[in-house]
Design a protein around this ligand. Structure first.
Ligand SMILES: Nc1ncnc2c1ncn2[C@@H]1O[C@H](COP(=O)(O)OP(=O)(O)O)[C@@H](O)[C@H]1O
Ligand SMILES: [Mg+2]
Length: 238
């Protein structure tokens, strides 16, 4: 499975174009790192893929290629029908409720989940992240690591097809970072699709596939091994 992007054009209102005729094929069911300097367009690309913002023109489609094309002629799925989970760079941008339990539960609303099942799922999810006893508390009172765990749990509970994580470690201490890497590694083994935005060499190294942006242009795509050969690694992080 892949996300196929063709002739993508995008600009923010009254700004020069950010993406001009971008073509990109992103493998799924893998840990994919999207990297590049600040302002290179990583967040914008992730938001376009997830449908949070709309392109000026171009196509972004989800391609199921595990079946021969002749058997399943309707191989392509519009991205609007793919379920994305988006983890914002700052977990504070993620939360819409003033109650931890509601925060997780709302991800299951409008998804035809039976209320009793929903309650059980939420309980299980809060138990897993060690926040069940604090379910009536506000997300604002959590530590950075707890906020990130809550945001991730909220995202995971609805079992998205693709997880998008925007520099998820920016606000985390090293121990919480390592826990997150382990979690993502587990998900990768379960063939969950992960788009991970990062500027950190040691995180790029963990990914299966790397996309490097520079001022809205895709300047590298390939395995993390090839990425390291091509760009080298900063000292101490490799
Ligand atoms: N909402 C916005 N309105 C106008 N310009 C924006 C907006 N968001 C981002 N930009 C600009 O688009 C470019 C790419 O930004 P972004 O996608 O956030 O890059 P990155 O995530 O790689 O730092 C930058 O020049 C940034 O200033
Ligand atoms: Mg960004």
């Amino acid at each position: 499975m892949r996300i196929e992007i063709s002739n993508l054009n995008f600009r923010y209102r009254d700004n020069p174009p950010l993406f001009q005729d971008v073509n990109l094929s992103i493998p799924l069911q893998k840990w994919v790192a999207i990297t590049g300097n600040s302002g290179s367009g990583k967040t914008s690309l992730a938001k376009l893929i997830s449908g949070l913002i709309k392109p000026e023109s171009g196509r972004i489609v989800f391609q199921r290629n595990e079946f021969p094309r002749n058997e399943f002629p309707r191989n392509e799925i519009p991205n609007s029908r793919v379920h994305f989970g988006y983890l914002f760079q700052n977990p504070d941008d993620q939360f819409v409720h003033f109650n931890i339990e509601r925060e997780v539960a709302f991800n299951l609303e409008n998804r035809n989940v039976d209320p009793a099942v929903m309650k059980e799922k939420v309980k299980l999810s809060l138990t897993e992240i060690g926040l069940l006893r604090r379910k009536s508390d506000s997300p604002n009172n959590l530590s950075g690591g707890e906020k990130q765990r809550l945001a991730l749990a909220g995202m995971m509970i609805s079992q998205p097809d693709v997880l998008v994580l925007d520099e998820p470690c920016a606000f985390l201490d090293i121990f919480t970072q390592i826990q997150l890497y382990q979690k993502i590694d587990e998900l990768r083994k379960k063939k969950v699709s992960i788009l991970w935005i990062t500027q950190e060499d040691h995180e790029i190294k963990m990914a299966d596939y790397v996309i490097h942006l520079d001022e809205g242009r895709v300047i590298f795509t390939g395995s993390s091994e090839d990425y390291i050969k091509y760009f080298g690694m900063s000292d101490g992080k490799a």
